[in-house]
Design a protein around this ligand. Structure first.
Ligand code: NAP
Length: 327
């Protein structure tokens, strides 16, 4: 496992980290026993950074992480998020009273005195034009409730605005073979400002593992069933917003590029790590075998310039015309 500096925090985090949404819920049935095994596999593989949120199973993901931390002696850095408990996303919802109360809930569920990193969880675009929201986070840092804060964004424009705030340490954004726009304008600026970048949905909700087919069925309580058109949250969070059949065809072209002995998931993650503005990819993992498979991407040799150009060309031809300007 390799480690990269997380912005200006002083932390070095595993470049393949762990996304803890699926172990909370919204991805079909999961058992806590298997989720804990997946978390333990993450630590065994050298992962030291976990991304979660208060709404992942309404505290379930938090409580599993608290259990993990209690049973392991390794340093484990936890990035969580706040804001999605609002019944409706409004700027007014990000009030001092609400933010303070979400933080208290997270401290309780994660069973800790201080939260390592708190991210605003895809607030409305308008929130980035309200410095008082960021001032509340500054106050919580001074009060010792949180060590650092950052944002999780939907759009490149939000990322660019967010990093104007000097104490925003991290930006979490969708970045994968099917979502390449962040690399154009945002990455150079994040690098210049030494802001950490967390690449989320790195496997395009599993599409880039190469395991899905046209007739694959998803459970009723799996967002890959119920959110394909953005019915419950932003459409981009499911399959990175790419039409399922278009994506399957692109996956087959990517499959032809795999070096021997490299899995599709590892290839997709290694592609992300080719961008040095990225601090880490945070693939979701429900099972220990998935986590181990993903972690191995860290130690793969770099992809060749020809391979990088080939992925870009697949994106340009099949994906870019459909989604590039949307996020
Ligand atoms: N708004 C936000 O801030 C936001 C939104 C989305 C995600 N996130 C964060 O980003 C993390 C990652 O994104 P994501 O979980 O949405 O999507 P993802 O990482 O692209 O896909 C994860 C899913 O792919 C499958 N998978 C993972 N590794 C695999 C492997 N090696 N082989 C086969 N299948 C594998 C698993 O589901 P199955 O086994 O069921 O196929 C897993 O749940 C989340 O966990 C969360 O922490 C944040």
């Amino acid at each position: 496992m390799n480690y990269r500096e997380l912005g200006r925090t002083g932390w070095k985090v595993s470049d393949i980290s762990f996304g803890a949404w699926a172990i909370g819920g919204a991805w079909g049935q999961v058992s806590d026993e298997e989720s804990l095994a997946a978390l333990n596999q993450a630590i065994d593989s050298g992962i030291n950074f976990l991304d979660t949120a208060d709404v992942y199973g309404e505290g379930r993901s938090h409580r599993l992480i608290a259990q993990l931390k209690k049973s392991r002696k390794e340093e484990i850095i936890v990035a969580t998020k706040i804001g999605r408990r609002l019944p409706k996303q409004t700027v007014e919802g990000y009030s001092r009273a609400n933010i303070t109360s979400w933080i208290e809930d997270n401290l309780r569920d994660l069973n800790t005195a201080t939260l390592d990193l708190v991210q605003l969880h895809c607030p409305p675009t308008g929130a980035y034009y309200h410095p008082e929201i960021f001032a509340v986070l500054d106050d919580l840092v001074h009060a010792g409730k949180i060590r650092f804060y950052g944002v999780s964004v939907e759009r490149v424009e939000e990322a660019l605005k967010a990093i104007e705030y000097p104490n925003v340490q991290t930006v979490q954004i969708i970045f994968n073979c099917f979502r390449q726009r962040p690399a154009d304008l945002f990455f150079p600026q994040a690098k210049a400002k030494r802001v950490g970048v967390l690449a989320r949905v790195p496997l395009a909700s599993g599409l880039l593992t190469g395991k899905f087919r046209a007739d694959t069925q998803f459970a009723a309580d799996d967002h890959r069933n119920f959110n394909r058109q953005g019915q419950r949250f932003d459409m981009g969070e499911t399959f990175a917003g790419v039409d399922y059949d278009v994506a399957l065809a692109a996956v087959e072209e990517i499959r032809a590029l795999l070096p021997p002995g490299v899995s599709m998931s590892q290839f997709a993650l290694r592609w992300i790590l080719m961008f040095d503005a990225v601090t880490c990819a945070i693939p979701g993992g429900k099972r220990p075998s998935q986590v181990a498979d993903n972690a191995r991407a860290s130690d793969l040799p770099p992809l060749t310039p020809e391979t990088m150009a080939a992925v870009r060309s697949i994106y340009d031809q099949r994906i870019r015309p459909l989604v590039h300007q949307l996020w």
